[in-house]
Design a protein around this ligand. Structure first.
Ligand SMILES: C[C@](O)(CO)[C@H](O)COP(=O)(O)OP(=O)(O)OC[C@H]1O[C@@H](n2ccc(N)nc2=O)[C@H](O)[C@@H]1O
Ligand SMILES: Nc1ncnc2c1ncn2[C@@H]1O[C@H](COP(=O)(O)OP(=O)(O)OP(=O)(O)O)[C@@H](O)[C@H]1O
Length: 270
């Protein structure tokens, strides 16, 4: 069985409160993004569950989220061992949720392969135990997220008329580190109202609260955002806890001249 596990971007990210357990409450909109990891899952007759990684240079470790997803369901259901081949193409440490997507897709593949009959709600609940970004990838449609990012409500938002360019500076930001430096603040407006404004107005209102602190620490991320605006972006923002920055354009632009600032994607239609 083969699946294509896509990335996500965050349209706005308000960190509103730090909880007693250290996690943060937030408000964001998750939007599926067309960069893909390829996952192949095959049953094994015997032995242990195994994994191999090709593509990007991600070290194979026991705590890979694909293994964690398998172990989570294997502890509750009778699963035979499997082999998982992950072809890694989504940059990690980028705020694109690649690891979370892999985990959610492995849950969905196991559900299908072993006919477990888990509902969307059950899959989302299992996914939430693997990471705050994971449940979004179960339904994988635009979602307004609150709580720690796991309370999801579908949102009617269609950006398919636009082109998106992604730039990933050569900076790896750990999510935990990004949360340690952020200052929670009450949100002034509901993000659902803000995204209903014309995209060219978003830059005045839609913020990612991680940017302030991380731009201080890594000025090259701010440079990328400014360069995207100079190149004509209607809106540009860091995704999640960074370091990837996306720009939304109303035409197909060639931004290869930005390649000295990081890895630049082709213009992608959402
Ligand atoms: C930044 C975002 O990508 C925005 O969508 C997510 O909030 C991060 O989600 P994630 O990578 O799935 O995060 P997890 O794997 O659950 O947690 C990693 C670390 O981030 C911090 N964390 C994460 C989510 C959250 N709402 N509050 C937090 O404080 C915690 O220190 C945690 O130890
Ligand atoms: N399948 C996987 N793919 C990528 N990273 C993984 C995976 N499994 C475990 N990891 C670990 O998780 C870390 C973060 O990966 P991930 O791609 O989820 O982060 P990210 O791009 O910062 O996304 P976000 O913070 O938005 O969830 C990696 O540095 C790696 O150590």
């Amino acid at each position: 069985m083969i699946s294509f596990a896509n990335a996500k971007i965050n349209l706005g990210l308000h960190i509103t409160r730090k909880r007693e357990d250290g996690y943060h409450e937030l408000e964001t909109i998750f939007y599926p993004f067309p960069l893909y990891d390829i996952l192949e899952l095959s049953r094994k007759e015997e032995g242990d569950t195994t994994m191999e990684i090709t593509g990007m240079d991600l070290e194979l470790a026991d705590d890979n989220l694909c293994f964690k997803a398998y172990r989570l369901l294997a502890a509750k259901y009778s699963l035979s061992p499997v082999h998982i081949h992950l072809h890694k193409q989504i940059p990690f440490g980028a705020g694109l949720g690649g690891g979370s997507s892999d985990a959610a897709f492995v849950l969905k593949m196991l559900n299908e392969e072993f006919a477990l009959g888990l509902s969307v709600e059950q899959l989302e609940a299992e996914a939430a135990t693997l990471g705050a970004d994971c449940p979004f990838f179960v339904q994988n449609t635009p979602m307004y997220a609150t709580g720690i990012g796991t309370d999801l409500r579908p949102i009617d938002l269609d950006l398919s008329d636009y082109y998106m360019v992604l730039v990933k500076p050569d900076v790896h930001v750990s999510t935990a580190e990004a949360y340690r430096q952020v200052r929670p603040q009450a949100a002034e407006h509901d993000l659902r109202e803000l995204v209903s404004l014309p995209v060219q107005d978003w830059k005045f209102y839609i913020k990612n609260n991680f940017e302030e602190g991380l731009f201080e620490q890594y000025p090259q991320i701010r440079e990328v955002k400014l360069a995207l605006y100079e190149a004509g972006a209607l809106y540009a923002s860091m995704s999640g806890s960074g370091s990837a920055v996306y720009g939304i354009f109303d035409e197909e632009v060639d931004l290869s001249e930005l390649s000295s600032m990081g890895e630049v994607s082709h213009p992608l239609k959402l």
